[in-house]
Design a protein. Structure first.
Ligand code: PSU
Ligand code: MN
Length: 304
């Protein structure tokens, strides 16, 4: 019913049962400006290969679910303006109508599960927005984590969100939130937030074991591995918080809503920090890719 295409590299990895790491494409089309988005996408793929795994960037291109993109597809997507942002609700419609779109965390998890890929690395997941008690704006990423058995490595949830409410919803949904190598739940651009993570793990093997234990118990849903941004790249909380407040105020003043909120805020914070937020964002995604590759290799060792 649906058209799935594996890149030659992923085709080979599947045949050889090699470790694979999924990557999202919304971060390319909606999360970063050209040309840094392409450099980031290529760089992150390289990090995963160096880590001994095979990267699978996922997107829908002209009605085909693509698992693994070639150079030209990656470049095309990076330059595309106005690509659709696909989550659980839009993915099937995009496939049925022959559309092109970038996959969010939720849609990338769905694609990864289709392809039998257990690990996915990204920047930050979507979550409960500040003021959600009024707007009801809660990312579909949270529900997806409760449904689809993929371990997602992220630098926590983006600090533009309400982290406390995001953690509450993840708990309600039964999603394990595992801080990597520290007790605090990281806040994307900053290593620390005001919140302790519910769980902590210090090595990739144990994370892979927990992934398999969930499956053995028949539990639906994945794990969120919250990996703090490297120290050298972080922007301290006290510094980024006023910038976030300003960006949120601007979003409200311009009546930004729905799917446009996250891309608008990321772009505005990029402008207000004169690009520093982007440098930090790229560093944390690469760091997550490295850990993702380690977890994928551990998972592979236990299952092959
Ligand atoms: N992480 C980033 N940049 C991004 C995103 C995550 O560093 O652009 C994207 C992801 O695709 C995530 C989406 O799934 O933002 C969340 O959007 P929303 O809040 O509309 O669900
Ligand atoms: Mn939303």
């Amino acid at each position: 019913m649906i058209d799935i295409r594996y890149s030659p590299e992923i085709e080979k990895a599947r045949a050889e049962k090699a470790p694979m790491v999924a990557l999202e494409s919304t971060i390319i089309t909606h999360g970063m400006p050209w040309p840094q988005n392409l450099e980031m996408a290529q760089g992150v793929e390289a990090v995963i290969r160096e880590g001994g795994a095979v990267p699978a960037t996922i997107a829908v291109i002209e009605g085909t679910l693509c698992i693994g993109l070639d150079e030209a597809q990656l470049e095309g997507l990076s330059k595309t303006r106005g690509a659709a942002k696909l989550s659980r609700a839009d993915m099937a419609v995009c496939l049925a109508t022959g559309g092109t779109g970038a996959t969010t965390v939720a849609a990338t998890m769905i694609g990864a599960a289709q392809a039998g890929i257990g690990v996915f690395a990204t920047g930050g997941i979507g979550g409960v927005h500040r003021g959600a008690e009024q707007s009801f704006d809660i990312s579909a990423d949270l529900q997806e984590l409760s449904r689809t058995n993929v371990t997602v490595v992220a630098a926590g949830a983006k600090a533009i969100l309400d982290l406390s409410k995001t953690l509450e919803v993840l708990e309600t949904f039964g999603v394990p939130v595992i801080a990597y190598g520290q007790d605090a739940f990281p806040a994307f651009w900053s290593r620390q937030s005001a919140h302790a993570a519910p769980l902590r793990m210090d090595d990739a093997e144990t994370i892979a074991r927990a992934h398999l234990a969930r499956a053995a118990l028949g539990l639906s849903g994945g794990q969120l591995v919250a990996n703090p941004i490297p120290e050298a790249a972080e922007i301290a909380r006290a510094e980024i918080e006023p910038v976030i407040a300003r960006a949120l105020a601007d979003a409200a003043a311009h009546g930004i809503a729905g799917k446009d909120v996250t891309p608008y805020l990321l772009q505005r914070i990029f402008e207000l920090t004169e690009g520093r937020s982007l440098t930090a964002n790229i560093a944390l995604v690469r760091n997550n890719a490295l850990l993702g590759a380690e977890i994928a290799c551990a998972l592979n060792k236990f299952t092959r």
